[in-house]
Design a protein around this ligand. Structure first.
Ligand SMILES: C[S@@+](CC[C@H](N)C(=O)[O-])C[C@H]1O[C@@H](n2cnc3c(N)ncnc32)[C@H](O)[C@@H]1O
Length: 279
């Protein structure tokens, strides 16, 4: 009798672990666990995902580049950038003349991102940081993107609000909404189409369009109301803020230094290590 109870308890434990670690990828266990799981799988991430360059160009880079055609040097923020999928596909798009800032909490994913964007390193800035507090002034980016990540963030609403804050009026917003069976296993982190539309309306985005994309994700496009006028290229020093005191920063060889003396290290691979400075 006891051995039957033992097997049932073990089966429940395995199912729980499978749900928390494989399906939800640590989402209910906190951002450190999520980042740790991505650290462990970073070296095989692209192989597991089977990214198809034509598919990426067709669904992501081409429409984004077309929508940004009136900005000669668009600045794109890719939140939870992972292995730099978005930067990589944008830089392969002939018409894209902009730069990409990628933020991610997994240092190992960023190591892969560094390798994938090496050819375009003068147009890429990679930040090791939590997406919940974006270190930029309001109205900075012509486009903000966040693919396949919203459901893994501890507070999707807070991150959505941050992304809308740093998006320029008239700027383009692109995210994904998890659908399918696994979405039902992530209560509170995924939305129905109506819910995500309503949520983006609450954040005062407009022209919201939910488009089928992959088996387990829809693409969600929207625009921040207002007029976005073309800008001359901005330096990193102009857009980056100190994660401790939000003051502006100046670049030196190994770090960004803020007006209040905080130093944000730049690692030897070029990744700006914001997490080391956060209080
Ligand atoms: C499924 S991957 C998506 C990566 C990339 N956007 C793509 O489409 O390939 C999810 C990413 O979210 C990142 N992530 C999870 N929680 C985060 C957080 N709180 N702040 C920043 N990045 C986070 C993970 O490290 C991981 O790289």
């Amino acid at each position: 009798m006891w051995w039957i109870l033992g097997i049932v308890a073990l089966a429940i434990l395995v199912a729980l672990l499978y749900w928390q670690l494989i399906v939800a990828e640590g989402a209910y266990l906190g951002p450190r666990v999520v980042a740790l799981l991505y650290d462990l799988s970073a070296h095989v991430y692209d192989r597991i995902k089977h990214f198809d360059s034509g598919y990426e160009q067709y669904f992501l880079a081409a429409p984004l580049t077309t929508a940004l055609f009136s900005f000669p040097n668009p600045l794109v923020l890719d939140v939870a950038t992972g292995t730099a999928r978005m930067a990589h596909t944008l830089f392969h798009e002939v018409g894209f003349r902009g730069r990409v800032v990628g933020v991610d909490l997994s240092r190992k994913m960023l190591e892969q991102a560094v390798q994938k964007t090496a050819r375009w390193k003068d147009r890429t800035l990679l930040l090791w940081d939590d997406a919940s507090r974006l270190p930029f002034p309001a109205d900075t980016f012509e486009a903000v993107t966040c693919l396949e990540a919203l459901e893994f963030l501890p507070n999707p609403d807070g991150v959505l609000q941050e992304m809308v804050r740093v998006l320029r009026p008239g700027g383009l917003f692109l995210t994904t909404n998890r659908i399918g069976t696994d979405a039902k296993l992530m209560p509170g982190r995924t939305f129905t189409t109506e819910e995500i539309e309503r949520k983006l309306q609450e954040f005062e985005l407009e022209m919201i369009q939910v488009r089928p994309w992959q088996e387990d994700y829809d693409l969600v496009w929207a625009v921040k109301p207002g007029v976005c006028t073309p800008q001359t290229p901005r330096r990193v020093d102009d857009i980056l803020r100190c994660p401790r005191c939000q003051s502006s920063v100046t670049r030196t060889e190994e770090a960004f230094r803020c007006d209040n003396g905080h130093s944000i290290p730049i690692a030897s691979d070029g990744v700006v290590e914001m997490v080391r400075v956060r209080g």
